[in-house]
Write a protein that binds this ligand. Structure first.
Ligand code: FAD
Length: 406
């Protein structure tokens, strides 16, 4: 039997652990290097469309997911100023339509789910407290330099997030761009909320120049609330230095958010006032990659936010990282079954992924403009949502099965 090939993964976030699982399942030996001292995600939620849940189920994580996630039956869109309902999407119909439900989950629960699947595997090693410093690809092997020591492998995956060092070395492009949007996030135990504020649904309250999304996590025990507003971080643009941004999480002032939401309807202001402490994210992204050759070169490939950091307005950033992972595993399987060279397999992975990722990035950007619309555009948006509702909110191209690349 051939010796298993070795994949080195920089970064042990949702993307890195998903890739480790997907590639180990296809017979690769995987080693993940994470700079943090623990595999952890901050206290906030993440929505997973049926396109993502389908993959988790195929990895035998369906039961574990059911134990920790919530499965809201409806997405409800409302106008943030008037409180008027605009449209609904029947999420309960997703299993029949797309073969998997729509899930909402605490990030830590999603990471734990992946970690529990990866950690016991003999073909996977997880190294904490190991910052990746750089790599050398000599065409035959790739050498990864980490704090402590260097290690070589057949392929390197940069899953090191928005500020990816692997990407910087591979593409020599500049830093991510500030979007001028801030995200305030909070997690509320539903039992502590007045009955009128508890919710088992996904609710999106739209604009002007802001929107707010809430949904249940932890089987419905907690309500995840995230408010997006246009503005600068504390300290203005100077407070948004790469170092400050790389930390992502900032202590913040609830008064700023309440002031930004002064024109919103009473139920929405009540919800915002019910939050005892917010955490602030300064949102940054990158334009889509211009070609597949930017997502993989030689023996090095990028995945997740390292490849395509996007605005969170389609709720698919982690989803695309998980889709990347599945496509990478499928591509790498051919190293043994068809004897194809690793750089060719990575190029196939990139070819399969980059256009879809670019489309999702573009759609997320457009959603932000629509969600935050003012004046006549806001009026047109509300009318379209009232008239076309479900047709606009449902996205078969996103949630349905993918056509494999030729
Ligand atoms: P990351 O989560 O950033 O992980 C990168 C990992 O690499 C980290 O653990 C980091 O410590 C490590 N690392 C970095 N540098 C090094 C180094 N030099 N050496 C070793 N390790 C390193 N997505 C959805 O699908 N649905 C949603 O509803 C959703 N909502 C969102 C809401 C907000 C407000 C935001 C900001 C994002 C949202 N996203 C959502 C997007 C999603 O969070 C990201 O796309 C996803 O977490 C990216 O995962 P990743 O593994 O690629 O990167």
């Amino acid at each position: 039997m051939a010796t298993p090939k070795q994949l080195l993964v920089a970064g042990g976030g949702i993307g890195g652990l998903a890739a480790a699982l997907a590639c180990a399942r296809q017979g690769w030996q995987v080693c993940v290097f994470e700079r943090a001292a623990a595999f952890s995600e901050v206290g906030a939620g993440v929505q997973l469309g049926p396109n993502v849940v389908r993959l988790l189920q195929a990895w035998n994580l369906g039961t574990a997911l059911r134990a920790v996630a919530a499965f809201p039956e409806r997405l409800r869109v409302r106008d943030a100023a008037s409180g008027q309902p605009l449209a609904t999407l029947d999420l309960a119909a997703m299993p029949a339509r797309y073969g998997a439900p729509y899930a909402t989950i605490h990030r830590a629960d999603l990471l734990a789910l992946l970690h529990q699947a990866v950690a016991p595997r003999a073909d996977t090693a997880l190294a904490l407290d190991r910052r990746v410093l750089g790599f050398e690809d000599d065409g035959r092997r790739v050498l990864l330099r980490t704090e402590g020591k260097a290690i070589d492998g057949d392929a390197l995956l940069g899953a090191d997030g928005l500020w990816s060092g692997v990407r910087t070395q591979l593409l020599a492009d500049g830093p991510p761009r500030l979007t001028g949007h801030l995200a305030y996030r909070a997690l509320l135990p539903q039992a502590t909320l007045p009955a009128a504020l508890r919710s088992a649904e996904v609710t999106a309250w739209l604009g002007p120049r802001l929107h707010l999304v809430s949904y249940p996590v932890r089987g419905g025990e907690a309500l995840n609330v995230v408010a997006f507003v246009q503005g600068l971080p504390p300290g203005g643009a100077r407070g948004a230095t790469p170092d400050a941004l790389a930390d992502w999480d900032h202590a913040t002032n609830a008064a700023d958010l309440q002031a930004a939401m002064a024109g919103c309807c009473t139920p929405l202001q009540d919800l915002v006032r019910a939050v005892p402490a917010w955490r602030l994210w300064v949102l940054a992204d990158r334009p889509p990659l211009r070609a597949a050759s930017e997502q993989a070169r030689g023996r090095v490939a990028l995945l997740g936010d390292a490849a395509h950091p996007m605005r969170p307005y389609l709720a698919q950033g982690a989803g695309m990282a998980i889709e990347d992972a599945e496509a990478l595993g499928r591509a790498l399987r051919q190293a043994d079954t068809a004897g194809i060279e690793v750089p060719t397999l990575l190029a196939r992975y990139a070819l399969e992924r980059w256009q879809r990722n670019a489309r999702v990035q573009a759609r997320a950007l457009r959603n932000g403009r629509i969600f935050h619309a003012t004046g006549p555009i806001r009026w047109g948006r509300n009318l379209s949502l009232r008239l076309l509702g479900e047709q606009l909110l449902d996205m078969p191209w996103l949630y349905g099965p993918q056509q494999p690349a030729r």
